[in-house]
Design a binder for this molecule. Sequence first.
Ligand SMILES: Cc1cc2nc3c(=O)[nH]c(=O)nc-3n(C[C@H](O)[C@H](O)[C@H](O)COP(=O)(O)OP(=O)(O)OC[C@H]3O[C@@H](n4cnc5c(N)ncnc54)[C@H](O)[C@@H]3O)c2cc1C
Length: 406
Amino acid sequence: MSPSSGLTRRPGIWDVIVVGAGPAGTTAARVAAENGCRTLLLERATIPRYKTCGGGLIGASLAALPPGLSLNVHDTAGRFTFGLNGRRERTLASACPTIAMVHRSEFDAALTEAAAGAGAEVRDGTVLAALDQDGDTVTVRTGRGDTLRARALVGADGSAGKVARYVGVQCAQVDLALEAEVPVDDRTADRWRGRLLMEWGPLPGSFGWVFPKGNVCTAGVVAARGNPVALRAYKEDFLGRHGLLGPRPLHDTGHLTRCRRPGSPLSRGRVLVAGDAAALLDHWSREGISYALRSGDLAGNAAVGLARTSDAAQAHLAADGYRQQIEDVLGVEMRASSTLMDLFVRNPALVHTALTRLPLAWRRLDAYIAGRTSVAGIMTAPVVRAAVALTSTFPSRGGRPPGTGR
Ligand SMILES: Cc1cc2nc3c(=O)[nH]c(=O)nc-3n(C[C@H](O)[C@H](O)[C@H](O)COP(=O)(O)OP(=O)(O)OC[C@H]3O[C@@H](n4cnc5c(N)ncnc54)[C@H](O)[C@@H]3O)c2cc1C
């Protein structure tokens, strides 16, 4: 750290500790290190690590990547098949192929390398076990029994992380996703190449997907937490119908996804949360990588501000600036996606018909996927506003189970 950076080095104290080497944490660590902070990135797993995820990068994710990142893209989807629980399938072409398909192990490892390249020290195989703060110092105890200190901490430890609990993140929607990575033969790979499938499912707010990645397809289903038996049955049916049940999967896992309540805390003192740890996720599509990258960037910058000051009032301003930036951009996106999700839960057939039969609706979604508009941009389309107004008068078609926030 140069004296001009405004950071006063204290022996044995890191400027910034980041917990979790997913897209949020690696981005926060890179940004903090680029700004001259002595930065430590802790990751529980050994890198590269597997993460249950479709690995689909939409335009907003691609735009948020550091320049020059070496990205191993296994396919790029330009055709989208939409279905309604196995019926009324329709394939639409994108204006230009836009979703890049990656393996998260490779993607997150490349982002970790970028953070290390910027000067962050990476310690994988190191779990955050406990967290506390006093005055201008955050103290971390690791699973190895080490005690580490920092001026700021970014919790990017995912949807079931410890830091979210410490900060008191509150959720409006909690879902369970079940996913399999299925090896496919050449004929099946050809059938899926360049084409992605999204199918609205039988449970309220549920859908299934198939994402092509050359000789592997990532396929899964998601629905409100609380009905795992029905969700497993849907997954079997879904994979079976798409010919993906036979081969032994490379991975077969489940993971919770969480969407924050508006106004849910994003910090506590000198501790910030980003990405899934802050429950920043699209309510409808459960897209979260762009949220993780964008909030990681903002959290990294806010952590630099925290590291530069010992003053409690200044630290409060830095944390509040982060809260405001998240609310202004990602909060607006999440409110729009929550409205879209309400519409979808009430009447998936209407959403399906609009998407597959009204060119304007598909063009808006396609523009969102490509990063040319946001979910808020989709929701301002007159056709969507009319559908929202119309369906808000309908009784809900089977609400989401208790405990899911909806
Ligand atoms: C089935 C499924 C499919 C999805 N598909 C997509 C998709 O196609 N596109 C998309 O954009 N989003 C998708 N998402 C969402 C996306 O995976 C997440 O939003 C994204 O991974 C969030 O990134 P993150 O960095 O916040 O957290 P994560 O990627 O979860 O990273 C958190 C990291 O923290 C580490 N960690 C946890 N606890 C500790 C600890 N105590 N100490 C140290 N390290 C710790 C973990 O090992 C992990 O590496 C999907 C989610 C699911 C569940």
